[in-house]
Design a protein around this ligand. Structure first.
Ligand code: GLC
Ligand code: MG
Length: 609
């Protein structure tokens, strides 16, 4: 018999579940399956109820340069954000993460900071920030700041001091090393005869390509930069550096912010002695690309977790004193096992398992495997789940999966357990701008690789300005026709205004409805039970064992073909939401009779026994 038996991933959450091991399961069956497979449930972790704000909200990422420009200079700013807060709250979002707004020469668009406790004039003033913070709090929005601890700008005063010949207080604020002797080591021809700098201290590569070392004549030494040469790495072996960065956290906590997204923390510490890194044997990577080496000495070092633990302690101390919880989330692109270590020292570590889904991972099998991977690694302890579908460093989901799948993907993101992160514009299905020329390119990551290869690396396509309406010249993002990145030409049709209409199938309206639905107890706190994979469908149950709460079944066609879903046993159900099917909300559906879903359709059913 074609039967797909129950797969229960007991991720979650009530003590009674832990105590009794009671599992309420959905029996699910997909029509095209021949497998008969059961996976044992994992032990549900205990999570303290009631949930804290960061466990209940969607995190909405605002990339300030691209959200709303109030002063017509073509770059988004704080006043622009403040004027658009109603859009954010209309999404049922309760927290926004702001990418960096600090003083910066903008070599990496704010991730190169020259003063951690100031606002860059392009974004406004500290007064504008205070006003934005107050306005957000008034509207019930928590504010998550971007904390960029790994590096500063090369124009930060600490670095200009550190570069000087004469030793001073800042001499050891960065990672300085002697050149390598060209005569005794195999150097690339390029640096063989170069004086005075000889060869860099080792083979380490920058995340943006090329050597991670830059020579400074005055000091006759190299400094480390794991990103741009204009982003020198701070030296966390120096106690004073640690203190300075704690002061930065204190400054923003005293302002009243609610949490921090901790940037690029994998890179905080390096192996002493700076040994060469081994080759990754990654066939796709050329010898100047970061992926060419296996980063066993520059990423995820043991001391890194100590630093983050110290920040956690500081936040906890502050929080206790001020009767609030300061939220922290680590940004670490790393394997799942290492990610558990970040979870141990922060509230969350961003879960990037959904980032690689694209046309090469466009089946129920593939996407389920990615969901399982995370849940199997994290789900047996009290690590709060979270899911990221897009951000300013990765191609947009509408481009990766195809525009038609935006609603299906938002359904997946918002109905999985835990905290979802939505990148601005993904609520209206914005696409990458695929035709930005080399001349128009601004992202240094793209520029570094020159006109022939920039498109492989540039992050500009996913950073184009928010599309508010169809007006010229810039979709009401700005009055300027010279926006910092070109507008995506489809703003005439894809924009907030055109989707805010009486039509429950626009991406914006689907997003809002999903965001409302996830307020149900079963979605907020319930366990997830994932059915076995199939070509096209992702099927999962969400239920809470607490008496009286509703149980839901979510069926999403993420594949290329129609597929029918049959529920194994005779439950009755009612349509809570759907996209791409013939049902209406509240229709009663016999789920054992078979429900056919076309590609990109989804249905959420409230299930009765
Ligand atoms: C993080 C940011 C990215 C930035 C890098 C260096 O990965 O998300 O945009 O370029 O850190 O700060
Ligand atoms: Mg502006």
């Amino acid at each position: 018999m074609n039967k797909w038996t129950v797969v229960i991933v007991g991720l979650v959450f009530t003590l009674s579940v832990v105590a009794t091991g009671l599992i309420v399961g959905f029996a699910v069956r997909c029509s095209d399956s021949n497998d008969d497979q059961t996976i044992a449930p994992t032990t549900p972790p205990s999570v303290t109820l009631p949930l804290d704000w960061w466990q209940e909200t969607i995190i909405y990422q605002i990339y300030p340069r691209s959200f709303a420009d109030s002063d017509g200079d073509g770059v988004g700013d704080l006043k622009g954000i403040e004027a658009r807060l109603d859009h954010v709250t209309s999404l049922n979002v309760r927290a926004a993460w702001l990418s960096p707004i600090y003083e910066s020469p903008m070599k990496d668009f704010g991730y190169d900071i020259s003063d951690f406790v100031s606002i860059d004039p392009i974004f406004g003033t500290m007064g504008d920030f205070d006003s934005l913070l107050e306005a957000m709090h008034k509207k019930g929005l928590k504010v998550i700041m971007d904390f960029v601890p790994n590096h500063t700008s090369d124009l930060h005063r600490w670095f200009t001091e550190s570069k000087k010949i004469d030793p001073n207080n800042y001499t050891d604020y960065y990672i300085w090393a002697d050149k390598r002797d060209c005569k005794t080591l195999i150097c690339k021809d390029a640096c063989m005869n170069m004086e005075p700098q000889g060869c860099p201290p080792n083979n380490w590569l920058s995340a943006f390509g090329g050597s991670a070392w830059e020579w400074v004549n005055d000091r006759a030494k190299y400094y480390l930069h794991q990103f741009l040469k204009e982003q020198p790495d701070l030296n966390y072996n120096n106690e004073r550096v640690r203190q300075e960065m704690k002061d930065v956290l204190r400054f923003w906590m005293n302002k009243g912010v609610d949490g921090f997204r901790m940037d690029a923390v994998s890179h905080l510490h390096e192996q002493p002695g700076y040994p060469d890194e081994p080759l990754s044997n990654n066939l796709g990577a050329q010898d100047d690309e970061h992926g060419y080496l296996d980063h066993i000495f520059t990423m995820d070092q043991p001391e890194t977790f100590e630093r983050i633990r110290e920040w956690r302690q500081l936040m906890d101390e502050y929080g206790e004193f001020n009767d609030k919880h300061i939220f922290s989330v680590a940004e670490a692109y790393t394997d799942l096992e290492t990610m558990t270590k970040y979870y141990d020292v922060a509230d969350m570590s961003f879960n990037f398992e959904l980032i690689p889904i694209d046309e090469a991972c466009h089946t129920g099998y593939c996407i389920k495997e990615r969901i399982d991977g995370w849940i199997n690694q994290m789900g047996t302890t009290s690590r709060w789940p979270n899911w990221v579908l897009g951000n300013h460093d990765n191609h947009r989901i509408a481009t990766r999966m195809g525009e038609a799948y935006v609603n299906a993907m938002n359904a997946l993101l918002l109905l999985l357990p835990g905290t979802p992160t939505t990148y601005y514009g993904e609520e209206i299905g914005m696409l990458d701008h695929g035709n930005i020329t080399f001349n128009e390119t601004r992202d240094p990551y793209g520029l570094n690789f020159g006109p022939d290869r920039y498109q492989e690396f540039s992050r500009d396509p996913e950073r184009t300005p928010m599309q508010w309406d169809s007006s010229d010249p810039a979709a009401n993002f700005s009055t300027s026709n010279d926006t910092w990145l070109p507008m995506h030409p489809d703003y005439k049709t894809t924009n907030v205004e055109s989707q805010d209409v009486v039509d429950d199938s626009t991406p914006l309206n689907v997003y809002k409805a999903l965001a409302q639905l996830r307020a149900e107890t079963a979605f907020r706190t319930g366990a997830i039970e994932l059915a076995d994979g199939s070509d096209n469908l992702i099927v999962f149950g969400r239920n809470d064992v607490n008496a009286g709460t509703k149980s839901y079944l979510v069926i999403i066609n993420v594949g290329w073909h129609d597929q029918t879903y049959n529920h194994a046993s005779g439950s009755k159900s009612k349509v809570a939401m759907q996209f791409g099917l013939e049902f209406s909300v509240d229709d009663i559906v016999d789920i054992t009779a078979g429900i056919s879903l076309q590609p990109a359709a989804f249905i959420v059913l409230e299930v009765y026994d």
